[in-house]
Design a protein around this ligand. Structure first.
Ligand code: PMP
Length: 448
């Protein structure tokens, strides 16, 4: 079984799947079996596999400058070009960007920049961060503390208390609503809970509110209409910054350029980007902040002599070149437009499973979705543990499609943005077979 400690895996690893190569929307295992990549790897391979332009860009940049750092003002043209293209795209005012390697480290960077900023403007007590239940922001000590999923905390002694993470409700109507509560009443109740939390803690102690516009790893939660408008009104009232974690939702995934656009979130102060920034051909992330936040950080940095934060690979030239090319391809080939059109089709087709006896809810927006399996369709009661989700995921795999079971028993879908309508149909056909097999399984096991 090799000497690998597998990430996000039961360490009693019993089964592995050796993926050998990829092409377009498909990957192939070591025995030559083909799989449609229903989750774009880990929500990241937007342009699919074996993209010749990205491969050539990588090789060219490696030949030209394989490494250079950005400490002490060293820079390179491809990093500058990427920063300009990226900051022109994002809905953040006068955006400035800090480059990292992963979504997790980009969120850690934001945690530190928030502290740096509030120290700089003489408000050192304003450092707490409101994060939501059922959120996923990464696994480093700080980002895992922001994450609201128990498996990422248990046995790690997280969240790390000194960080000052405050927890508020997930906007998950399907699981969070009280009996008889309408969506609007649900939103009003959880937004009121948010306000009460702010009042209890004191707005002067709270720096920011972090949210994935639509969550991924926790089951693709699409908040009800009006949620973000009401949240933003509260945050503005108490002078708390909105921090959008767009690691999954960035770059055309939800039917628009960013999840913020889809969900009506106006000019976030901070934005975290990774994954589709480079179509996962190279690891790179971006911590984007509003220009005035950056301006305030300059003076203390000058006083100390340095802004003491940076990774060896911040602005790695090869990753920067690949990210820049990725953004150029998005624009040139109208990838977001294609994803918006096909996203509508994918949602329509996924929603056909609403009538399936095993399906409690179909959720999604654009090219991200989830199908939740439940034991009681009427009440929405779920299955204990994650065995049903795992069975369904393996059944998809057997039929030649890769997906992931998230939040227990939801199957997530997030194919490369370049998929065709026929490939969406293929995904739906395979999902149909897997759901039927899973229904047989739960019936046989007496789980339903
Ligand atoms: N934020 C969000 C919203 C994510 O979905 C993820 C990863 N799935 C992360 C942060 C962490 O990114 P990484 O795995 O690159 O550290």
């Amino acid at each position: 079984m090799s000497n690998i400690i597998y990430p996000t895996t039961n360490l009693k690893v019993t089964e592995t799947l050796t993926i050998e190569r990829g092409d377009g929307a498909y990957v192939y295992d070591s025995e030559g079996n083909q799989y449609l990549e229903g989750l774009a790897g880990l929500w990241c391979t937007s342009l699919g596999y074996n993209n010749r332009e990205l491969i050539d860009t990588t090789a060219e940049q490696m030949g030209k400058l394989s490494y250079s750092h950005m400490f002490g003002g060293k820079t390179h043209q491809v990093g500058i070009d990427l920063s300009e293209k990226l900051t022109a795209m994002v809905p953040v005012e006068n955006a400035k960007v800090f480059f990292g390697n992963s979504g997790s480290d980009a969120n850690d960077t934001h945690v530190k920049m928030l502290r740096y900023y509030f120290n700089a403007i003489g408000k050192p007590e304003k450092f707490k961060i409101i994060a939501r239940e059922r959120s996923y922001h990464g696994v480093t000590v700080a980002s895992a503390s922001l994450t609201g999923l128990p498996p990422n905390h248990t046995n790690f002694d997280l969240p790390f208390n000194a960080l000052g993470v405050l927890r508020t409700d997930a906007p998950h109507y399907f699981h969070g609503a009280l009996p008889g509560e309408t969506e609007e009443q649900f939103v009003d109740r959880i937004v009121n809970n948010l306000e009460q939390l702010i009042l209890k803690e004191g707005a002067d102690t709270i720096a920011a509110f972090i949210a994935e516009p639509i969550t991924g790893a926790s089951g693709v939660i699409v908040p009800p209409k009006g949620y973000y408008q009401k949240v933003q009104a509260i945050l503005n009232k108490y002078d708390i910054l909105f921090w959008a974690d767009e690691v999954i939702t960035g770059f055309g995934r939800t039917g628009n350029d960013f999840g913020c656009t889809t969900m009506g979130i106006e000019s976030p102060a901070l934005m975290t980007l990774a994954k589709q920034l480079s179509s996962a051909y190279m690891p790179i992330s971006a911590s984007v902040i509003r220009g005035d936040i950056y301006e305030a950080m300059i003076e203390p940095s000058a006083k100390v002599g340095v802004f003491g934060h940076g990774y060896t690979y911040s602005g790695h030239p090869v990753a920067a070149a690949v990210a820049l090319k990725t953004l150029e391809i998005y624009e040139r080939d109208n990838i977001f437009g294609h994803a918006a059109t096909l996203g509508e089709y994918m949602q329509k087709r996924l929603h056909e499973f609403e009538d399936h006896p095993l399906v409690g809810e179909v959720r999604g927006e654009g090219m991200i979705g989830a199908v939740e399996m439940v034991s009681d369709k009427r009440s929405g009661a779920g299955f204990e543990g994650g065995a049903v989700g795992t069975f369904a995921m393996q059944s998809c795999q057997k039929h030649g499609m890769i997906t992931r079971a998230v939040a227990g028993n939801s199957l997530a879908f997030c194919p490369p943005l370049i998929v065709t309508e026929a490939q969406v149909d293929e995904m739906i056909e395979k999902l149909g077979k897997a759901l039927d097999e899973t229904l047989d399984f739960v019936t046989r096991e007496g789980l339903i």
